[in-house]
Write a protein that binds this ligand. Structure first.
Ligand code: 13P
Length: 252
């Protein structure tokens, strides 16, 4: 049985007070989350310590950052290291999000360094892949996603790779309200799993692959019912506790 995961990427939203309230509301409803589903919240860096304190020792929901530095430590003004995240403690970090790739020039090369740094500090990466609209329209989506995987994940040792969570986020579906159909998601997730098996034959079948892009309570059940969709990476809908919990409750 693969892990089932619903992670909320808050992006650059909420003040600390709003983030506290959101976390408290999630905790209030956490008993509704089906057994065996891992819930994760990914607030901005400034909130991590406070929210870690609210979550306490249960580590439920798990805590994720939205980025980390490639460098270890030192003169990198404005950066936050993987060791700092581990000291919060943070158990996960989102890496390779299309917004980081597009607006901050994060290449596969940089992302490999970041992933290795996270893993060296005991943090599990949630590694995002996905194509833009023109790539899908020109039928390049499998090629784009396979090179994102080949240039990053295939460079990891199997012992490291087994801690990785993959998130397929078609860029045209992020924040657009236009979700991938469950057929499109399943097709890509199955492709990712079989591609991963080329390098990690014994592990691909247990790698969690999450879907992200306009996932909401009204479409989560259909997406999560697909055999290779192991949960979701949720943006907008993770900012409302009720919607986030409803999505987590959408596994059959
Ligand atoms: P939306 O759910 O707002 O489309 O965002 C998805 C996403 O980018 C999660 O990382």
């Amino acid at each position: 049985m693969r892990e089932k995961i619903v992670a909320g990427n808050w992006k650059m939203n909420t003040t600390i007070r709003e983030g506290k309230e959101l976390t408290e509301n999630i905790l209030r409803g956490i008993s509704s989350v089906p057994a065996g589903v891992t819930l994760i919240v990914a607030p901005p860096f400034t909130h991590l310590s406070t929210i870690s304190g609210i979550i306490g020792n249960t580590k439920n929901p798990g805590l994720s950052a939205q980025n980390c530095a490639a460098g270890e430590k030192g003169a990198f003004t404005g950066e936050v290291s993987a060791a700092m995240l581990a000291s919060v403690p943070c158990q996960y970090v989102i890496l390779g999000h299309s917004e980081r790739r597009e607006y901050y020039g994060e290449t596969n090369e940089i992302l490999l360094e970041k992933i290795q740094r996270a893993l060296a500090n005991g943090i599990r990466p949630i590694f995002c892949v996905g194509e833009v609209l023109e790539e899908r329209e020109s039928n390049m989506h499998f090629q784009v996603v396979s090179s994102q995987i080949r240039e990053v994940l295939f460079k990891l040792d199997p012992d490291d790779f087994k801690k990785v969570i993959v998130a397929y986020e078609p860029v045209w579906a992020i924040g657009t309200g236009k979700t991938a159909t469950s057929e499109q998601a399943q097709e890509m997730h199955a492709f990712i799993r079989s591609f991963l098996a080329e390098s990690f034959e014994d592990l691909a079948n247990s790698t969690p692959i999450l879907y992200g892009g306009s996932c909401k309570p009204s479409n989560a059940a259909e997406l999560f019912a697909r055999p290779d969709v192991d949960g979701g990476l949720i943006g907008g809908a993770s900012l409302k506790a009720d919607d986030f919990l409803a999505i987590a409750g959408s596994f059959a």
